[in-house]
Design a protein around this ligand. Sequence first.
Ligand SMILES: [Zn+2]
Ligand SMILES: [Zn+2]
Length: 388
Amino acid sequence: MDRVKESINRVIDGLTDKITAISRYLLENPETAYQEYKACEYLSRVLEKHDFEVEQGVGGVETAFFARPKDRGPGRTTVALLAEYDALPKIGHGCGHNLIAAASLGAAIGLQSALSDSAGGFVVVGTPAEEGGGGKVRLIEAGVFNGINAAMMFHPSQQNIPGKDMLGRIKFKMEFHGRTSHASNSPDKGINALDALVLAFTNINALRQGLRSDGRIHGIITHGGDAPNIIPDYAAGLFYVRGASIRYRDEIFDKVVRCAQAAAMAVGAKVNIEIDGPKIDPFKHNPALQSAFTKNMELFDIAVDTDNGRRGSSDIGNLSHFLPAIHPFLSILDGGIAGHSTEFRDATDTDKGRATLLAAAKLLAMTAYDFLNSTRLQEQVAMDFRKE
Ligand SMILES: [Zn+2]
Ligand SMILES: [Zn+2]
């Protein structure tokens, strides 16, 4: 291992308690999408203590931040270390974003202390609302990532996979409007909006059999009526569709719209479908940057697992079409436990979870250093990015 990487790792080892404390603070103070006020404030303070200049509320997103190292000239090439810190409703950090923020801050603080070069070259971007909110898309649109050459983060997982496919996604609301009436003495006068929604689920279940293995549809009922003796005049659900390509994602969405329209027609209700938040694109891999990360994993004897084929989505998908990005998954627990669960949340603060966190901070810092230090790698990364 080269001397700079050794010194990066020594510095990050010295930050172990601090990095663990960041993860634990977020774990104990979970905040859902766009409500991450405490997290944004806490992470900003930590970065300021380590000589970063932090701007909160960037891109018009209150709980986003942008941190650049103080007292360094601007680097010609700049890497963004991405910090996610939103939690899930009810189960808190069941996706382990507390580890994502802690690892990216650990990497940035490590680079700040270990790199003697006075050029900047690395920033931390606090990207809220990954879970269903598409925070990164709003930041891209607001120009927050302009001038950045590459972005990186890690995501906790059951496996070590530096380059896993992620699906495109559309989140949308489905609302049915009918007419209320007494459910016993005049059911003939009502139009049951809940029945239309239930039929829409049934239609979707029939559609699901004909989907490819990368197609996903899942939803919940958010409003199913007000009292059992009133025919519901309003029923609503929240749904996701996903597909491995933009085209397939959109094709499934169109079919689901037809399922809803057919359900409305059967009952005589009206349907309204509204897309909620930005559409999420599938992840575009950057093999050159990914392989730099994988080589660093090898230095730590972390073996790449055989991909179990399980797929989610992330708003880094959209970012990966805007600039070269990596989103490696690193294991914090043995397989068998699902993501988005309390077990996964609790695994973020076990011996293995903390060890992975520290390794992730080092791997991100080492890979950022590789990129900043090699024009050849920068060229390869740019070339990979230009490919379709
Ligand atoms: Zn998640
Ligand atoms: Zn996640």
